[in-house]
Design a protein around this ligand. Structure first.
Ligand SMILES: Nc1nc2c(c(=O)[nH]1)N[C@H]1C(S)=C(S)[C@@H](COP(=O)(O)OP(=O)(O)OC[C@H]3O[C@@H](n4cnc5c(=O)[nH]c(N)nc54)[C@H](O)[C@@H]3O)O[C@H]1N2
Ligand SMILES: Nc1nc2c(c(=O)[nH]1)N[C@H]1C(S)=C(S)[C@@H](COP(=O)(O)OP(=O)(O)OC[C@H]3O[C@@H](n4cnc5c(=O)[nH]c(N)nc54)[C@H](O)[C@@H]3O)O[C@H]1N2
Ligand code: SF4
Ligand SMILES: [Mo]
Length: 745
């Protein structure tokens, strides 16, 4: 073989929300990656990467990865061609839809969809062509409460205020551990460096977490809260703000309604009234409230621990109530709404005029939809409960709900009862093993990307293009192609027709007289877009019509896909700026601090105040070398000690008779698992911690490294599908009552 010169390609790692810039050395002739390292010139990450970046290469090389479509034959899978696979999927889904209606087909979208712009763009057309209302996703085991509070406060489900970590004087973190997770709903590579700089400039970091997490360890103060009580903690802060005259809306005066209602509500939740339930000293709550209010700028930030718990929506709301009442919403150093290069240039926020909630309900438990989705905690029962309207078929796209969603054992059984299941995935894993057909996609380095979702959460406004590094194996397809083909065929057409529907709708809204791009007509715009195909073409249009776009003027001024490609380290679009006016979409045109749906959930919180704490509750955690359920097959990440361990406080270890290094049984209302114990005083007494995403090594799964090196038990065997944040429908994954006992004891 002829020797080839290695080439360096700059792109982003899309494994987590930090989206770090990487420089990849590739031997194109051999189609092999030689090296991956942090890109020192990346506009956002400046060379930072975490150990998972090396996994990008291994994903492409993994011998376990699916390299052609497969169909189930008994307990085995056999490879088939793409045409046969598409025919089979469309034929079976079409037949089920004809006989039982579209709602007999459920869909589940997993987390990696948010990390692939092709999916962000193309999944809508696919879901619409299936036509089902039985839509599920990882959202309801994750950030759904934040969508709900954003919707009720700001009028848009995606209006997430992002902490300005690089300029703030005070960061209050609840239920997040960015030193392990690298941040979420906050795209900020190298949080360790950013937090170090915060403290170097005299700023204060406070972490509220039942565990002394990696982030808590570097904080000025750690408050070991009782799981599930963040809403009470935050209400107490609001109480102190009013009581001590610390409320100051700053520039927001006149833009906010509901302040009096919030003051009245908070009256009963004084620090002294909530201290016992919250497990944090009243004096500490007062001190931290004063410090937050006194800081020149401050940002309150909550994540998984405040979302995936019993009062997820209330806690998510109160995070931004605290930000608003202290004048920190929409100001530098506080929390702001980033700009992206692809959002429409002339953004006139329009109120929906209604809350997208309870327009339909699940069949078995009558749970309301929110934002067009049903809670995934109800998926298993929608499949295995007989009767009219039962879910008979399932499409999963980049999801592993058998490991990620509550009452995993029941879902595992239920998937076996489906009439038909199709998965779009890289692996034959705990979920996809139930599929009748698996359609394999390209791995991250084998496709282009643009960070459609996480640019919206970036602590600096930013745009970055990721070119292809490796040629995918011949038997796999990009998600775009698969999705468009299925969408087209399910409508009796083809992929090209489905693409055309999307493109022409976008052109109609952006090009022509009176539109953003008013110097060209549709035909001229199409001609200029013709050098791109698929998701690139759509992105080019969005960028050119966007805030920084060239509007098709071709004068070299302004952004287009070509210009973005040429900026190989990404484009820094400056710090976040105040922009409430172009984001607010409430019917009042104001920040609505006291929406009736939120107020209506407060009595439930009041009852929690008097409820005795269970002796032991379970929470989750993350490890920097792991990524939800699907990176455990990467040898470099899987090596080392067992990561799926139960952290137990020494007092609890004594009470429950379990020892460091020995195995324990953990039982909840719905299941039990066995797991090695690590005794550690980093836990709050009465709280044990177990990571999720493990539970590999079952029958029929092709993840050989994971099964051997990091099998772990599945923590979602323990999580209870009946435990929901009632307002949002999000699953409660933290604060699950459990019993712990020595194995055999
Ligand atoms: N107990 C507990 N449970 C939790 C959590 C917790 O904290 N505690 N966290 C929750 C959270 S925040 C989340 S986001 C969910 C995640 O829940 P899921 O999204 O259901 O699970 P993942 O582990 O992210 O699985 C991703 C799947 O996508 C596949 N995949 C990876 N890359 C690609 C790709 O490029 N294309 C395609 N087509 N497939 C791909 C993988 O093989 C895997 O099957 O888990 C939730 N579950
Ligand atoms: N390495 C790695 N990085 C990841 C992931 C991964 O699996 N591994 N997953 C990615 C995904 S999908 C997401 S959504 C993000 C999540 O990112 P983070 O939100 O930072 O998630 P965690 O690291 O799990 O931190 C959650 C913290 O909440 C605490 N906690 C639990 N219950 C409560 C409670 O009731 N109140 C309070 N205040 N705290 C509580 C836990 O002890 C834990 O320290 O991470 C992303 N990044
Ligand atoms: S923190 Fe790690 S996994 Fe996340 S984007 Fe950066 S390198 Fe990738
Ligand atoms: Mo997540």
């Amino acid at each position: 073989m002829a020797a080839s010169t290695p080439e360096i390609v700059h792109r982003s790692c899309n494994l987590c929300e930090a989206h770090c810039g990487v420089s990849v050395t590739v031997d194109r002739a051999a189609n092999r990656v030689l090296d991956i390292r942090g890109d020192e010139h990346d506009a956002l990450s400046r060379g930072y990467v975490c150990p998972k970046a090396v996994g990008l290469r291994t994903l492409s090389e993994d011998p376990d990865r699916l390299r052609a479509p497969v169909r189930r034959v008994g307990d085995r899978f056999e490879e088939i061609g793409w045409d046969e696979a598409f025919d089979l999927v469309v034929g079976r889904l079409g037949a089920i839809r004809d006989e039982h209606g579209a709602n007999a087909i459920a869909t589940y979208l997993g987390n990696p969809n948010a990390h692939d712009y092709a999916s962000t763009l193309a999944i809508g057309p696919l879901l619409r062509s299936i036509g089902t209302k039985w839509r599920f996703s990882a959202t309801s085991v994750d950030q759904l409460p934040k969508h709900v509070s954003a919707c009720l406060m700001f009028g848009s489900m995606t209006a997430f205020p992002i902490p300005d970590v690089d300029r703030t004087d005070h960061l209050l973190v609840l239920g997040a551990n960015p030193l392990a997770s690298n941040g979420s709903l906050m795209t900020a590579p190298d949080m360790r460096g950013r937090l170090r700089r915060l403290r170097e400039r005299g700023g204060r970091l406070v972490v509220v977490d039942p565990r002394r997490s990696e982030t808590a360890r570097i904080a000025d103060r750690h408050l070991a809260i009782r799981p599930g009580s963040d809403a009470l903690f935050l209400f107490a802060m609001v109480h102190v703000l009013f009581e001590e005259g610390l409320v100051d809306l700053g520039n927001l005066t006149g833009d906010v309604i509901g302040v009096d209602e919030v003051r009245d509500l908070a009256r009963e939740f004084s620090p002294e009234a909530v201290a016992a339930a919250v497990g944090v000293d009243a004096q500490a709550i007062r001190e931290e409230t004063r410090a937050f209010a006194a800081a020149p700028s401050a940002a309150c930030y909550g994540r998984i621990g405040t979302c995936t718990q019993e009062f997820g929506a209330l806690a998510s709301w109160l995070v931004d109530v605290v930000n608003t009442l202290t004048g920190n919403l929409d100001r530098p150093g506080g929390v702001m709404f980033p700009f992206t290069a692809h959002e429409p240039a002339i953004h006139a926020p329009r109120s929906l005029g209604y809350v997208p909630h309870a327009r339909w309900r699940s069949r078995v438990r009558g749970l309301p939809e929110f934002g067009g989705e049903l809670p995934v905690s109800t998926l298993a029962e929608e499949i295995d409960t007989p009767g009219e309207g039962r879910v008979r078929a399932l499409l999963t796209v980049a999801g592993n709900p058998v490991l990620s969603t509550p009452h995993a054992e029941r879902l595992d059984r239920a998937l076996g009862e489906l009439d038909f299941m199709v998965s779009i995935d890289l692996y034959l894993n705990e979920t996809t093993r139930h599929a009748d057909v698996i359609l394999p996609t390209s791995a991250p380095l084998e496709r282009t990307n643009y960070d459609m979702v996480f640019h919206q959460h970036s602590v600096r406004n930013h745009a970055k293009w990721s070119p292809v590094v490796l040629t995918p194996p011949p038997g796999v397809k990009n998600l775009w192609e698969i999705t468009m083909e299925l969408a087209g065929r399910l409508q009796g057409a083809d992929g090209a027709a489905a693409e055309e529907v999307m493109l022409s709708a976008l052109l109609r809204s952006t090009v022509g007289p009176g539109k953003v791009c008013d110097t060209v007509d549709e035909a001229q715009a199409r001609e200029k877009l013709a050098k791109w195909q698929g998701p690139e073409r759509v992105l080019d249009l969005l960028l050119r019509a966007g805030r920084h776009g060239d509007r098709f003027r071709d004068d070299g001024q302004g952004l287009s896909l070509q210009a973005l490609i040429e900026a190989e380290h990404g484009i820094d679009l400056g710090p976040m700026e105040p922009r409430l006016d172009s984001k607010l979409a409430t019917s009042s045109g104001k920040v609505e601090l006291a929406h009736e749906m939120l107020l209506g959930d407060v009595p439930r919180l009041r009852r929690f105040l008097d409820r005795p704490a269970p002796p032991l509750v379970l929470v989750g955690r993350r490890h920097v070398r792991s990524n939800n359920s699907w990176m455990h097959n990467v040898p470099a990440l899987a090596k080392g000690p067992d990561r799926c361990t139960l952290l137990v406080h020494p007092d609890d270890a004594r009470t429950h008779g379990v020892q460091d290094g020995a195995r324990a049984v953990v039982r909840s209302r719905v299941g039990e698992v066995e797991v090695p114990v690590v005794v550690s005083d980093e836990m709050r007494p009465g709280v044990v911690s177990l990571p999720h995403g493990f539970g590999h090594g079952g029958p029929g799964v092709r993840l050989r490294v994971a099964a051997e090196k990091q099998p772990g038990p599945n923590s979602n065997v323990l999580t209870d599908p009946l435990a929901l944040d009632e307002l949002s429908g999000n699953a409660v994954l933290n604060g699950i009552p459990v019993e712990v006992a020595p194995v055999g004891g």
